[in-house]
Design a protein around this ligand. Structure first.
Ligand SMILES: NC(=O)c1ccc[n+]([C@@H]2O[C@H](COP(=O)([O-])OP(=O)(O)OC[C@H]3O[C@@H](n4cnc5c(N)ncnc54)[C@H](OP(=O)(O)O)[C@@H]3O)[C@@H](O)[C@H]2O)c1
Length: 289
């Protein structure tokens, strides 16, 4: 089954429906915001950089029209204070929250600790979204009805398979230790944690009108590969990870760029990557995983 933009219901004539999308200034998040705004949703672009966030809002308004209900709110998932401030500011607006899409993410970043002393990929991809969702949950629950269930969509990745073999590591000393750091392995680890959190939320909310799902958007040409200095995956990066190194021997490094060059056209567009999470976010066919 192919899900298309036209399949997303228009909500212009309903009471305002509110969606928060994290990491919405570029990539898949930007496309999801643009599409939902065109369908009449009130979209909050939750981005870490004010200038990039406002510029994305303006671009969407020029695309959709000045009637678009769209705004920027600052949120940096690498700071737990920023997450708490965001929730405080959203709560002060006394609005419902019908949809939360935890989309923001980083991949293959160099090892670094956040201001909270947590390895940055783990915090941005899991700890930040976990705190954000937990704090917004009363609002999400309170906005849900049988006619219009609330939804949480976590943008995961098949890369959860690259997580360390023992599964989610619960020891922060091990997670933070630079000598353990594997760029692919730690990205997979953060996505595995997000997926398991999704399952827990599903169980907790089983008897409520709140649907929680986790989706892989496909392999998309986006800025996600920015830490590689390349728009796409390189075999060098795979080889760099000790986990992936078990599968990709060193000689792949030399051939990687060439293979990659031919693979780029097969990567999906950002707009197409947006449709999978939006299917989980809006389709009446989707309830709970
Ligand atoms: N692209 C793929 O092939 C692919 C495959 C599987 C899963 N995914 C997942 O899809 C999601 C979106 O990725 P994308 O491909 O659209 O990547 P992208 O183009 O790099 O967009 C990532 C977004 O996350 C934001 N972000 C990064 N760090 C943040 C922080 N500390 N606080 C708040 N926002 C932050 C970025 O903001 P700035 O622009 O300010 O950095 C950007 O808006 C990610 O969760 C990714 O893991 C992507």
């Amino acid at each position: 089954m192919e899900f298309k933009e036209e399949d997303i219901a228009d909500v212009w004539n309903e009471p305002p429906r509110y969606a928060i999308i994290t990491g919405a200034n570029t990539g898949i998040g930007y496309e999801m915001s643009r599409i939902l705004a065109a369908k009449g949703w009130h979209v909050i672009l939750a981005c870490r950089n004010r200038q990039r966030g406002i510029s994305a809002v303006n671009d969407i308004i020029s695309d959709v029209g000045s009637h678009a209900r769209i705004e920027f709110m600052e949120l940096d998932l690498s700071s737990l204070d920023s997450v708490c401030n965001f929730v405080r500011r959203y709560s002060m607006k006394l609005r419902p929250l019908n949809l939360l899409i935890n989309n923001a993410g980083i991949m293959l970043a160099p090892h670094a600790l956040t201001v909270d002393g947590i390895e940055q990929t783990f915090q941005v991809n899991f700890v930040g979204p976990y705190l954000l969702t937990s704090l917004l949950l009363p609002k999400i629950r309170g906005s849900a009805s049988a006619d219009f269930p609330s939804r949480v969509v976590n943008v995961g990745s098949v890369a959860h398979r690259w997580a360390p073999k023992q599964g989610v590591i619960l020891n922060m000393t091990t997670i933070n230790d630079p000598s353990n750091y594997q760029r692919w392995g730690w990205y997979g680890h953060s996505k595995l944690a997000l997926m398991l959190y999704t399952r827990k939320l599903c169980r907790d909310l089983m008897y409520e009108n709140v649907y929680v799902n986790c989706v892989h958007p496909g392999v998309i040409r986006s800025d996600l590969f920015r830490h590689e200095g390349s728009p796409c995956l390189t075999f060098e990066s795979l080889r760099d990870s000790r986990v992936a190194g078990e599968y990709f021997p060193p000689f792949f490094g030399a051939a990687g760029k060439l293979i990659n060059f031919f693979a780029i056209p097969f990567y999906r567009s950002k707009a197409s990557g947006a449709l999978t999470p939006l299917f989980a976010a809006t389709s009446p066919l989707v309830t709970q995983v």
